[in-house]
Design a protein around this ligand. Structure first.
Ligand SMILES: Nc1ncnc2c1ncn2[C@@H]1O[C@H](COP(=O)(O)OP(=O)(O)OP(=O)(O)O)[C@@H](O)[C@H]1O
Ligand SMILES: [Mg+2]
Length: 344
């Protein structure tokens, strides 16, 4: 593949900042263009493999750009073949981690509309900051089973290309498995339907015209605020009962539709019992929720709310986070580290 094609290809993926950074990285190394593109070629060989494979041509209503179309077919082709979906209707959102599409449900599901969350290629995903979430988590394979083979564990530890692929897969499998567990436990989450190597399929929240907005963009009616806050806490509590903390909970990861809330976006869930930073991650989740509901007129003390829930599940409140679990590039983490140091 020619240099320009690579650039076109990533341009086509979307105009997301991370794609741009990926390209800029190449521009900085202009002095060795050959070397750079060889490197890119080999790094991306996995996901580029088959991009010219024309065996799959499905005429979706949503007309994607060139690379995105190939990526959609790669990611959603099996859902289509197994009748989970019959069409991709439109893109709901392109996120930093994944793009989300509204699809028409097929015979394999009772839902007329379903959501496909298609993860960005591993190479264009930011895995840098996932360390603190993975601590204490057993990695999962593409069927959702624990990875235990020495070779696989070694590859992940060494961060070989194959190892990175497994980590990427495990990240997605955690989202799907968590949705299954929480849905079965009666939590307010989209019902999950199916998982493929690079995508998950779940219920769609919204209608044909618009997808449900995220809570941060909604001004609540004063009559519903308290009940919705309690509903969110009920879900946080259900997560704890299932040995999970959301890890990125905020009004940005809660959908609001017809007066009801739905929690989404679970790949980074952490275990409250196995992750040494669990209390701080939990406190951050609860604090963000309280901040939103306080902005809607409630007066909630986030520290007290978090402590109550946490200790009710028999967890101890950790005094501080070990520096090993803090990310020097993350502003919040740096602030926490400084605060801990000052307290000593
Ligand atoms: N089941 C769903 N029904 C309707 N819309 C959804 C659904 N799941 C996700 N979305 C939409 O897609 C967006 C991105 O989903 P999600 O938060 O899971 O991915 P993400 O990659 O973490 O995105 P972001 O970087 O925006 O947080 C959500 O903010 C929401 O607007
Ligand atoms: Mg999100």
């Amino acid at each position: 593949m020619e240099t320009d094609d690579y650039i076109d290809l990533f341009d086509d993926l979307d105009d997301n900042e991370q794609t741009e950074n990926f390209l800029k990285k190449g521009q900085r190394r202009k002095r060795f263009p050959e070397r750079h593109f060889k490197e890119v070629r080999s790094r991306n060989a996995g996901f580029l493999k088959g991009q010219d494979d024309s065996s799959r041509s499905i005429d979706f209503t949503y007309k994607a750009a060139r690379f995105e179309e190939w990526w959609l077919l790669e990611s959603l082709g099996d859902f289509y073949e197994h009748q989970w979906i019959t069409d991709v209707l439109r893109r709901v959102k392109g996120g930093k981690e994944a793009s989300v599409y509204m699809c028409q449900g097929g015979e394999a599901t009772d839902s007329k509309l379903v959501t496909a969350k298609v993860y960005r290629p591993r190479e264009l995903r930011n895995l840098k900051n996932d360390h603190q979430y993975r601590v204490g988590r057993i990695d999962l394979d593409e069927s959702g089973n624990a990875i235990f083979k020495d070779g696989d564990l070694h590859a992940m530890g060494k961060r070989t290309k194959y190892g990175e692929e497994l980590r990427h897969q495990s990240w997605i499998a955690y989202e799907f498995q968590t949705l299954e567990i929480l849905h079965n436990a009666g939590a307010d989450v989209p019902e999950p339907h199916a998982m493929e190597k690079n995508a998950i399929l779940m219920d769609y929240i919204g209608d044909l015209d618009i997808a449900a907005p995220t809570l941060n963009s909604v001004t609540l009616d004063p009559d519903e605020t308290t009940a919705l806050f309690e509903r969110v806490l009920r879900n946080v509590d259900l997560l704890l009962s299932n040995d999970r903390i959301h890890g990125d909970l905020s009004a940005y990861n809660i959908l609001y539709w017809d007066g009801r809330i739905t929690l989404i976006d679970f790949p980074q869930v952490v275990s409250p019992s196995a992750n040494p930073s669990a209390w701080n991650i939990f406190l951050r989740d609860v604090t963000r929720i309280c901040e939103y509901f306080n902005s809607q007129g409630l007066k909630i003390n986030s520290q007290e709310t978090a402590s109550e829930l946490w200790t009710a599940h028999g967890h101890r409140i950790a005094k501080e986070v070990h520096p090993l679990f803090l990310d020097a590039d993350d502003e919040d983490d740096r602030r926490l580290w400084k605060k801990q140091k000052d307290v000593k």
